[in-house]
Design a protein around this ligand. Structure first.
Ligand code: UDP
Ligand code: MG
Length: 226
């Protein structure tokens, strides 16, 4: 390629730009309101397909409690208030966790020859996070969207709150989380809907039924990419 074209693409950040992980890595975003069943279904999909399951919320909670973290207080406040932690923090945690999983050189379906498959749960919650992740980390093949009513979600979260020990499973935080979900996260889902990447699954029904539907959808998805 002539040097001047190199220069132009460089300036425009076109072909010179690379994501951290290439197309050998399959990424599925898992979205849905708080309490919609993302974590529960992801655990099943790990069993079915050998995914590495990364929950953005869990990674943030771990970082919050990590000794020496400079983000502990910030994360705690955001979680309690149901707001979104600055995306650089979350994207970095996800990127590091993905690198660590790939470095393990796991065996099994989808992990041979530097490949890997990831469920990114509870992320991206805001459009700019989606853009940053896809620009710097990797492209998402699809979005699993667990949809149900606010009543169902509230009931599940309050039930979970009895034992979860989570600082945001109380009515006050839940209301704020619903609000953030509606205002910030729904536009992300709509964006991927326009791209035809969303698989919507009604998660009002039993865990088992939701699992069967999800498993069928993911089987279909992976048959195209592996
Ligand atoms: N969170 C965030 N950025 C993310 C994901 C989560 O800031 O990309 C924060 C946010 O405050 C959210 C909280 O972590 O309300 C809990 O997220 P989690 O995914 O654990 O909640 P869930 O959807 O499972 O109820
Ligand atoms: Mg969760």
């Amino acid at each position: 390629m002539p040097a001047f074209i190199d220069k132009i693409t460089d300036t425009l950040h076109l072909s010179s730009h690379k994501t951290a992980f290439d197309s050998k890595v399959t990424v599925i975003f898992v979205l849905g309101g708080p309490g919609a069943g993302k974590g529960t279904q992801c655990a099943r999909l790990v069993e079915d397909f050998g995914f590495c399951h990364l929950s953005a919320g869990d990674l943030l909670r771990a970082e919050q409690h990590r000794e020496g973290s400079k983000y502990g207080e910030l994360i705690q406040t955001c979680i309690k208030e149901g707001t979104i932690v600055p995306m650089e923090v979350t994207v970095n945690l996800l990127k590091n966790a993905m690198s660590a999983a790939l470095a393990e050189q796991r065996a099994g379906d989808g992990w041979a020859d530097g490949r890997g498959r990831f469920l990114i749960d509870g992320f991206p919650r805001q459009m700019d996070q989606a853009e940053m992740f896809e620009r710097d980390v990797g492209k998402a093949s699809a979005v699993l969207f667990f949809s149900t009513t606010q009543e169902v979600m509230l009931e599940r979260l309050l039930e979970r709150g009895k034992t979860s020990g989570r600082e945001d499973d109380n009515v006050e935080s839940i209301k704020k989380r619903f609000n953030t979900y509606k205002e910030q996260t729904m536009p992300v889902i709509e964006h991927y809907q326009k791209l035809g990447k969303v698989i919507e699954i009604d998660s009002s029904i039993s865990i088992e039924e939701v699992h069967q539907k999800t498993k069928a959808a993911v089987t279909n998805l992976l048959s195209g990419s592996t």
